[in-house]
Design a protein around this ligand. Sequence first.
Ligand SMILES: CC(C)(COP(=O)(O)OP(=O)(O)OC[C@H]1O[C@@H](n2cnc3c(N)ncnc32)[C@H](O)[C@@H]1OP(=O)(O)O)[C@@H](O)C(=O)NCCC(=O)NCCS
Length: 426
Amino acid sequence: MTTANQFRAMAPYIHEHRDKRVIIMVPGQAIPEASSLIHDIALLQALGLKVVVVHGYRPQLDALLSAAGHQPEFHDGRRITPAIAQAQVLAAAGATRLQLEAALSQGMPNSPMAHARVRVVGGNFIQGRPLGVINGVDMQHTGCVRSIDGIAINRHLDNGDLVLVSCLGHSLTGETFNLRLHEVAQKLATTLNADKLIVLGKHWPTTVDDQPLHELAASDLPELIERIDERQRDALRLAADACNLGVERVHLLNWRQDGVLLDELFTRDGVGTLVYRTAYERLRRAEARDIGNLIELLKPMEDSGFLVKRERERLETEVDRFVVVERDRTLIGCAALYPLEEQHAEIACVAVHPDYQGGDLGDNLLHRIEKEAAHQGLTHLWVLTTVAEHWFQEKGFEKADVDALPSARKALYNWQRASKVMVKTL
Ligand SMILES: CC(C)(COP(=O)(O)OP(=O)(O)OC[C@H]1O[C@@H](n2cnc3c(N)ncnc32)[C@H](O)[C@@H]1OP(=O)(O)O)[C@@H](O)C(=O)NCCC(=O)NCCS
């Protein structure tokens, strides 16, 4: 094909992608070999895409930790970041980031970056919080994303800047937490309402029975995840979560493939695995047929002690007290309303599947229960919770004494469980 014809063939894709917000997740492993990838990222920017690059630094950190004589420690697949390793975390993240910045600043004549002027910006866009103690193990400076300053990032994108984000989050206490690349990428994509999330890895396109999968509906992923290679599962989970939280397209691309970004975005068939969003959700009253799925949803939270265990027989008699959120025939959230004396009632079993938390489902369930309670003429809504006190506080519940509970409920209060008692006047 002549150059002119190549341009013509690409033109529809250039028009389609202009002004689209794209999050590109670059693992630390890819960075030493990333020079042509960086040229292509700069080209995407020049073609009018609004690009956020989020990078990891796992091998860089492992090397620094081992040079300093620290053994990397993991719990449940997550790195534990002790205070003494903080210097290495900051050094690994900082050096990797600077390496990317330098690569994006190249401009030698006769190189693909000639005349490119990429303005790279960064900042305290990510607020983190400690992951806490997981099954008795203190994860120390390993954190999770608390919030993302989407307004500031969007302002930079609209200004034509490329935003570069490292997997670090600062907390209100002034501490810095080591975050997980997948989580930051997914939250960036959902907060910015990104049009695309591009996940670079080594093992994609995803294959089943040695056949590459080029296009997948997000709703098909839960079943598929069980059947694919272990190394590909994390990325598919990330893709499923991002789509479920509103991202339209997630592209899984192999960074070892030269030109992979351009071949994926500017050709008809692409070269990676595209996951597209299809999901929809429905809030409705639970029915007897939901009991099995309710048990499945609640069991992990009961096992972790967040919720009181409910036997199947009890659920069978109480199922009509529940409202549920259904997405693609899967229950992903629930809440129940139990009448107490007079105009008092208790909201119980508020639960959102961990993959869908942070997407306002908990808020929607609570809103639905409150509306229903108000409709029934109830005036006081009680809740007993062990781990979500602040969440209910932010929804207008106030702390109360066990003694203030309606008497029949107080008689059943489990002192050993020591739940916090809270109430909201409707
Ligand atoms: C509590 C729960 C229902 C919230 O569901 P959700 O869909 O994530 O909630 P929303 O999207 O409405 O709210 C997300 C916000 O609540 C915060 N949040 C989530 N769980 C929290 C908790 N346990 N304590 C304090 N804040 C919490 C999130 O950080 C987020 O805040 P931010 O946007 O300011 O960062 C969910 O975390 C859950 O199922 N927890 C386990 C079961 C449980 O403890 N249930 C309550 C006992 S009845």
